[in-house]
Design a protein around this ligand. Structure first.
Ligand code: C2E
Ligand code: CA
Ligand code: CA
Length: 664
């Protein structure tokens, strides 16, 4: 998935921290070899000095030296190879240097407690070993200068003091030789340290320079947005993904209107400032995963990935996003004390449908942009006129729906649900939008528009409010006591709203509806989109008594695990299965399987879309609990529903009556 890395500001000089880390790593890398040297050195020393027969002190010293090595080895595995590698630098450094200093103390101690007084041969052995240990230590620790000098002093210091103060006339001479040796070692430690650090610095500088070159090659220096090259690369990847997964994306070509005038009249500096400001707005407008790039001059290109699988949906979403960008760019700018107004002409090409390769798509989007210019600038146009028409129609539908919501011209209708004996025991609330023409606009057309625009909340609020009010009225009406519940459809996005449960509880309370009289119909999509949030809300509402039905069951994601975990009360068999029940064997198999599954899980099943007595008989025969469909009743207004329940006595409708009563 291409991501827009454009808002990375120029990187600060990360070198010191990086170099410190590399130095610590080097320090650890030297540990295994030095531990090997230290341990064999310790064994040899004790063996030679004691002539193969160590006394208590010698054995204790050897044990200490070996134990320290073992602990340092564990530290090496933890801090260099294990999880401790992620520990803070300071801790890793302290551990490593602590080991070095303790080791220095252990070896310094040899000249105090192991010194073979009166055994010149033993003294020579000790001096040799100590010289070797010092040299090895300098080599291993030299990435950190002060500790390496300190180590030298700790190891050699006691030996020199001992030789100088307590030994025969030869002592001071040998001590001086040691001093000379120590000074030489210190100098080489300094040089070694400098060389190492310099080479680390050089290596890091080179790596950073290389990264910068790559970055410059793919980004526009003025705005820091991806350039044409990177855009084409992203587009290339995205085209392949879109083809593979069958979804559509949009390539949006943007040209600032009359930018040239600003540049010519106010100068390049202001022009550059304007471009940077426009780039910042683009960056702020796009979603994560989408790309804003600059082709050059005042031309920008946006890449919206994975809009939808449906071309009309994709066109609508692309246009919506492009409109938002157009409005954002049209806001006034203030650059170096000048108030500027610039608009943008925007062209949209959908991929993969409008072009097979990145270049063709770019040309298509460019063509569309010219249409926007021709239409008088500050406009959005599609490459394909059909898409233009579809997106505009969708836009208009959205506008009309907004109006319908404010003018309250939507209606909520009620489709009766009946039980096995034919009694009306509930209803599903269904939204109706009487259009200006002869026919209503189907919820199948306007509910998706609400869901894709911000209207989903206003629409959802309206449905919940109407439904609760209606249920209050039903309960108060004659025959209303027989109506167990009202089913209400809830869109995934609306259900996701943080205040959903609270809002519903308030409405139920306000309209004096007991929560068990409300059944929320959610789809499998709601469940999969955010299972944690869904579970929490379902449990909260279930605790007060609200019921849940899974709508369109069998058409969704069919991960059945949730049925056991979630507080679901019933399943609604999708009407496509019910419709095909008698003509398509697999539909019949699915329906019986759903009924079996529900019985085992103790869930109720409602079959919707029951249109024929045969389907009804089949479902009854398979012990389906409740039914809803044109065979019994079409959705009706609240007054009609109230008279229906008032008229229906406790008895059941007969199949004959049922067939005679399809309203509207
Ligand atoms: P749905 O939830 O599956 O609703 C059942 C649909 O089946 C309704 O279509 C209903 O009129 C229709 N129907 C009922 N019996 C029969 C039948 O025997 N034969 C046939 N062919 N159809 C039958 P409607 O009212 O057009 O609603 C379509 C979809 O719109 C609903 O499908 C639901 O997804 C959505 N919708 C409707 N009202 C609302 C609402 O208030 N909120 C939300 N979020 N979605 C709604
Ligand atoms: Ca439904
Ligand atoms: Ca349904």
């Amino acid at each position: 998935m291409p991501t827009d890395q454009s808002d990375q500001s120029p990187r600060p000089d990360a070198a010191p921290a990086v170099i410190l880390r590399q130095r610590i790593d080097l320090l650890y890398d030297a540990v295994p070899f030095s531990l090997f040297g230290v341990s064999t050195g310790a064994i040899l020393t004790v063996w030679l000095i004691s002539h193969g027969d160590p006394d208590g002190v010698q054995s204790a010293w050897l044990a200490t030296a070996l134990a320290l090595s073992a602990v340092r080895l564990l530290g090496y595995f933890y801090f260099r190879r294990g999880t401790g590698y992620r520990a803070p630098d300071r801790l890793r450094l302290t551990w490593a240097l602590g080991g070095v200093i303790l080791n220095g103390l252990v070896w310094g101690a040899t000249s105090v407690i192991l010194f073979p007084a009166g055994d010149p041969q033993g003294q020579v052995v000790l001096a040799f070993v100590i010289a070797g240990i010092t040299a090895g230590g300098i080599n291993a620790v030299s990435v950190f200068l002060i500790p390496s000098v300190l180590f030298t002093a700790l190891v050699l210091g006691p030996l020199m003091a001992r030789l100088w103060l307590f030994e025969s006339e030869l002592g001071p001479g040998v001590a001086l030789t040691c001093l000379l040796y120590a000074v030489l070692l210190a100098f080489s430690a300094i040089r070694y340290n400098r060389t190492l650090i310099d080479s680390l610095r050089m290596r890091n500088a080179r790596e950073q320079a290389e990264a910068d070159i790559v970055r410059q090659a793919y980004h526009d220096p003025l705005t820091n947005l991806p350039n044409r090259r990177l855009l084409l690369e992203y587009l290339h990847q995205d085209l392949a993904l879109a083809r593979r997964h069958g979804h559509l994306g949009a390539l949006v070509f943007l040209d600032l209107d009359r930018f040239k005038t600003v540049n010519d009249s106010l100068g390049h500096q202001i022009g550059d400032g304007l471009l940077q400001a426009a780039a910042a707005r683009l960056r702020a407008e796009i979603k994560d995963g989408d790309t804003a790039s600059r082709l050059g001059g005042d031309e920008f290109v946006l890449l919206f990935t994975e809009l939808s699988k449906d071309p009309v949906d994709a066109a609508y979403l692309a246009r919506q996003a492009a409109e938002q960008v157009r409005l954002a760019l049209a806001e006034p700018y203030r650059i170096d004390g000048h108030d500027l107004h610039v608009s943008a002409s925007i062209g949209i090409a959908l991929y993969p449908s409008d072009g097979d390769d990145p270049d063709a798509l770019l040309r298509a989007a460019d063509t569309a942009m010219y249409r926007a210019k021709e239409a008088g600038r500050n406009a959005v146009r599609f490459f394909l006129p059909e898409m233009q028409a579809a997106a505009v129609a969708r836009m208009e539908l959205e506008r009309a729906l907004r109006l319908a919501l404010t003018n309250e011209t939507l209606e909520l209708h009620f489709q009766p649900q009946i039980d096995g004996s034919g009694r009306v025991i509930g209803a599903e609330a269904l939204a109706r939008w009487p259009g200006s023409g002869l026919t209503d606009i189907s919820p199948e057309d306007f509910v998706p528009v609400a869901e894709e625009s911000g209207l989903v909340y206003a629409f959802g609020d309206w449905v919940l409010e109407q439904a609760c009010a209606a249920m209050g009225a039903i309960r108060a009406a004659p025959g209303g006591a027989r109506i167990q519940r009202l089913a209400v459809n809830v869109s995934p996005r609306y259900f996701r709203r943080p205040s959903f449960a609270e809002d519903l509880e308030f409405l139920m309370h306000h309209h004096e509806v007991e929560p068990s009289a409300i059944e929320l119909e959610i789809t499998e999509r709601t469940l999969v989109e955010d299972i944690e949030d869904t579970t929490a809300k379902m449990e909260r509402l279930r605790a007060v008594g609200v019921r849940f039905a899974i709508d369109d069951f069998g058409t969704g994601y069919s991960s059945l695990a949730y049925l056991k975990r979630l507080p679901v009360d019933s399943l609604k068999i999708d009407r496509s299965f019910v419709r095909d029940l008698l003509s398509d064997a697999s539909a019949a198999v699915i329906v019986t399987a759903i009924l079996d599954l529900a019985r085992h899980l103790g869930l109720k099943v409602v079959a919707e879309g029951v249109e024929t007595p045969e389907a009804h008989a089949f479902l009854l025969g398979h012990r389906c609990d409740e039914f809803q469909g044109f065979l019994f009743h079409r959705p009706m207004t609240l007054p009609d529903f109230l008279s229906l329940i008032a008229a229906a006595p406790a008895g059941a409708a007969t199949a004959g009556q049922m067939r005679l009563s399809p309203a509207s």
